[in-house]
Design a protein around this ligand. Structure first.
Ligand SMILES: Cc1cc2nc3c(=O)[nH]c(=O)nc-3n(C[C@H](O)[C@H](O)[C@H](O)COP(=O)(O)O)c2cc1C
Length: 197
């Protein structure tokens, strides 16, 4: 990363199910001392309200250093000249995934992701849909070829999570670990501890 100070990380929340993952990513990054630039799509605002509650976006914005409107295409995160350490889109809808795969940078979330790719910075896409058709899979292959990491929000069943909150937390921690900006924080598989019949 260029420049000193706290690493600047962009978090995009699009309109796939799993808004809680985006919230946990922002909370964890803020707790790590990152400067979070938050951008939420129109559908993301809707899923935040539907899945968490009407005050979710305001609570989330309070943990971010900056919150940008989805149409604010002139924001700093839309330019490769502004130092950014990486970006996570959590959750990433199939629409946003496809737009990133084709550089259709007509909103700030997709433009910020496109800039991470062109600047060869880490981009983690917590792509959520089930089941997947060939178009989804092709878009995943395309962004992977361009350097992004596709990380579906799959529970780590081997850790025997006791609650949905634990599953969400583990997924958020793994997504952040994939940026390789902070020391690894996700729970790891411990074969000895888990060697129960
Ligand atoms: C409650 C709800 C859940 C949704 N879940 C998903 C999902 O899991 N994956 C997905 O790709 N789209 C999902 N959608 C549809 C997207 O929100 C829709 O395609 C939207 O246009 C995405 O726009 P965005 O990519 O700009 O956020 C969901 C929509 C709603 C209202």
């Amino acid at each position: 990363m260029r420049g000193g100070g706290a690493p600047r990380i962009v978090v995009g929340i699009s309109g796939a199910s799993g808004a809680a993952i985006g919230c946990r990513v922002v909370e964890r990054l803020a707790d790590c001392g990152a400067e979070v630039d938050l951008v939420v799509s129109d559908a993301g605002r809707r899923t935040l309200a539907a899945e968490i509650g009407p005050g979710a976006l305001a609570a989330l914005a309070a943990r971010a250093a900056r919150r940008h409107g989805i149409r604010e295409i002139g924001a700093g995160i839309a330019s490769g000249s502004v130092p950014v350490a990486g970006m996570i889109v959590a959750p990433c809808s199939m629409r946003t995934l496809a737009a990133i795969a084709h550089s259709l940078a007509d909103n700030l979330l997709v433009r910020a992701a496109d800039v991470r790719l062109k600047e060869r910075q880490p981009l983690v896409l917590v792509a959520r849909e089930a089941p997947l058709h060939l178009g989804h899979l092709r878009a995943m292959a395309a962004v992977t070829e361009m350097g992004a990491i596709v990380m579906p929000p799959v529970p780590a069943f081997y850790l025997r999570p006791a609650s949905v909150a634990e599953i969400v937390d583990q997924i958020a921690a793994r997504a952040i670990d994939l940026l390789r900006v902070f020391p690894a924080a996700a729970r790891a598989w411990e074969p000895e501890a888990s060697a129960r019949p």
